[in-house]
Design a protein around this ligand. Sequence first.
Ligand SMILES: Nc1ncnc2c1ncn2[C@@H]1O[C@H](COP(=O)(O)OP(=O)(O)O)[C@@H](O)[C@H]1O
Ligand SMILES: [Mg+2]
Length: 366
Amino acid sequence: MGQFYIGLMSGTSLDGVDLAIVDFDTLKPTLISTHFTKYPNKLLTPLKNACRQSSIHFDELGRLDAELGVFYANCVQQALSNASLNSHDITAIGSHGQTIQHSPNSQPSYTLQIGDANRITQNTGISVVADFRRRDIAAGGQGAPLVPAFHQAIFQSSIENLAVVNIGGISNVTFLPANCSEAIIGFDCGPGNTLMDQWCQQYFDRPYDESGDLSRAGNVSTDLLNNLLRDPYFSQGYPKSTGPEYFNLNWLKNHLERNPTSTEDTLSTLCELTASCIAQSIQQLPSVNKTLICGGGVHNSHLQARLETLLNSPVTTTATYGVDPDIVEAMAFAWLAKQTIEGRTGNIPSVTGAKQTVVLGAIYSA
Ligand SMILES: Nc1ncnc2c1ncn2[C@@H]1O[C@H](COP(=O)(O)OP(=O)(O)O)[C@@H](O)[C@H]1O
Ligand SMILES: [Mg+2]
């Protein structure tokens, strides 16, 4: 039997929870099984409200935190049963939680993830590591992105400079230099799928733009695109991180008032915005030999094609490096849990801007 950890990742897309069971007793982490659970409407509706409103009642927050913890525990139990494993086979669970507010630039800065880890431990009998981001924030960092350390552990190559781009609700890039004495760079590029998703939900009654077909069919408004790209976030230097509390339909509305655009063309423009902010992020890195993408955005083939055109070089998914692009982030939180359980640090100060490396998260012992 190996050394199994579970990673639980629920990102800003609010699509659901990705779960990875990973064996770290091998030269490279080995994926044992994966499990995706969509958020049921009874959680999705209050979660959307919590994430998209600037205020929430304590009572609602308390209930949601508890219900989410129970839900995560159920996901773990279902995944264990599917994989014919039991709780004793798992060393620990790394649970990211659901971010309901990320404010790395407020004074004081803070970030808030919910999904009560006490309940996950209590209901599964497995130790849980959670609340990863706030220790980095306490050390003066952005608290994000945290996946670059895992990208380094599994993708860094001594032959080529790699850029790994995770396209979730928000998009983030990790630069892995071939020369391992050079610093790792990583930051949030800007919107990934979040604006496209919100637009599709509002105007097309669809959760997202399947394969990018709607975006492909419309025309990009150059005026709108250029205005959107003038937002100071895109030219700001790293470290930097962001979230849907910033890039949302209200943000877009202000620009649309100045550049009225049809519903169809707005979606095409939002897809181009995502491709552009990722391409610009990669172009400001030291020379990148290869770009790998992961996260749900890999299923938007129009977005991938636009990114390749803007970069003028091929873009491949992490599958070409043997890692399922849909599960990289969940694997990262299994890995981050292992780091914490072993007393190792998990943040990269050159990425988050923290004053020092720190052991991330809190341990809820079984
Ligand atoms: N078949 C698809 N076509 C286009 N986009 C997709 C498809 N499947 C997933 N996506 C996009 O991926 C998102 C989920 O990506 P994910 O990596 O889970 O993001 P997060 O980490 O923010 O939850 C969806 O909201 C959607 O925008
Ligand atoms: Mg997701």
